[in-house]
Design a protein around this ligand. Structure first.
Ligand SMILES: [Zn+2]
Length: 327
């Protein structure tokens, strides 16, 4: 019946598992992941975050349990978020020498010098109002916030952080941090800029986990409008000019087009942040028995790499490391 009809036989390359593996274009590796961990003040605490099943807040005396587990699974890059009760207008906990993230960093680098600690550089976990900078009237003051952000970056580098990742979306943050790091003798420390960060509803569970919900207003005057695509290129462009070493896109799942745009426009490593809301949706569906979580997570993270990400910040890092080692 088909003898005189011309068509392509694409199914030849899908005929067996070995054939499909041979032609597979995108692969996940444990080296791709940065694993975020919440550290909380207090003792003997391992609190599950209600909206993020299997994600915990650890007190410093229990942090190494989690770090060691991640390390043994092959994960070599971590990011810490601090959860503190003592907050003030200017977020001084972010740049305190004995700040919780600084202490966590020192502790981990001492035991595992080959772990890369990526420092999230922001103020919102430490400000009483929950915004990412200094408040002036009803708005966040860009240039005053930059000073504190630079101070935070230097204190994180001093504590041993290997990469500084500024996330507060103030204009000029890469330039100011680069200058401050260089001046303090940290010319060798790279900057992973949260270059393209949207004002997203996907951050909800994180704000529970890090207790960083803004006490008034929202973050729309500094984070980007989810409807914008060209603006992402402008944001990334200025960070490249200011000296960024990595470009991050956050969130990831609903922004795969943006990841691809950034990949196509720039030649720096691209980082996708698989955020808390993306994690929570999968966990909720999984708990209801509606999806196959392991397979779905692999598919989701693979899509981020296929879109152009080189590195993925993900709460699923340990789960995927286990899945990959069983394959
Ligand atoms: Zn922030």
């Amino acid at each position: 019946m088909t003898e005189h009809i011309q068509f392509k036989r694409h199914r030849r390359l899908r005929s067996s598992a070995s054939m499909r593996t041979m032609v597979r274009e995108t692969h996940l590796h444990v080296e791709d992941f940065i694993y975020p961990i919440f550290v909380i003040e207090g003792e003997n605490i391992k609190n599950e975050v209600p909206s993020m099943p299997a994600v915990y807040q650890f007190s410093l005396d229990r942090l190494m349990e989690e770090v060691t587990e991640a390390y043994e699974l092959g994960i070599r890059s971590l990011m810490f978020f601090g959860v503190v009760t003592d907050k003030d207008e200017v977020g001084s906990g972010a740049y305190a020498e004995d700040g919780i993230v600084q202490r966590a960093t020192k502790m981990v680098k001492e035991k595992y010098p080959d772990i890369l600690v990526v420092a999230d550089t922001c103020l919102c976990e430490y400000t009483s109002h929950g915004h990412c900078g200094v408040i002036h009237g009803e708005d966040v003051d860009n240039d005053k916030s930059l000073e504190l952000l630079a101070k935070t970056a230097v204190s994180q580098a001093k504590a041993g952080a290997d990469i500084i990742a500024p996330s507060n979306m103030m204009d000029g943050f890469v330039a100011v941090i680069r200058k401050a790091l260089d001046k303090a003798g940290y010319t060798h420390i790279p900057i992973m800029s949260y270059a393209v960060k949207y004002a997203s509803s996907f951050y909800g569970p994180f704000r529970d986990a890090a207790d960083s919900t803004p006490q008034f207003g929202d973050r729309k005057t500094y984070q980007m409008d989810p409807a914008n695509r060209l603006e992402a290129i402008r944001e990334a462009q200025s960070d490249v000019e200011e000296g960024a070493d990595f470009l991050m896109v956050k969130p990831a799942l609903s922004y795969l087009d943006i990841i691809r745009d950034v990949r196509n426009e720039f030649n720096l490593p691209v980082v996708a942040y698989n955020v808390s809301g993306e994690y929570a949706m999968v966990k909720a569906a999984s708990q209801n028995g509606w999806i196959d979580e392991d397979k779905l997570v692999i598919e989701m993270l693979t899509s981020m790499k296929r879109a152009g990400a080189d590195i993925i910040l993900t709460y699923f890092a340990k789960d995927v490391a286990k899945t990959l080692s069983n394959q």
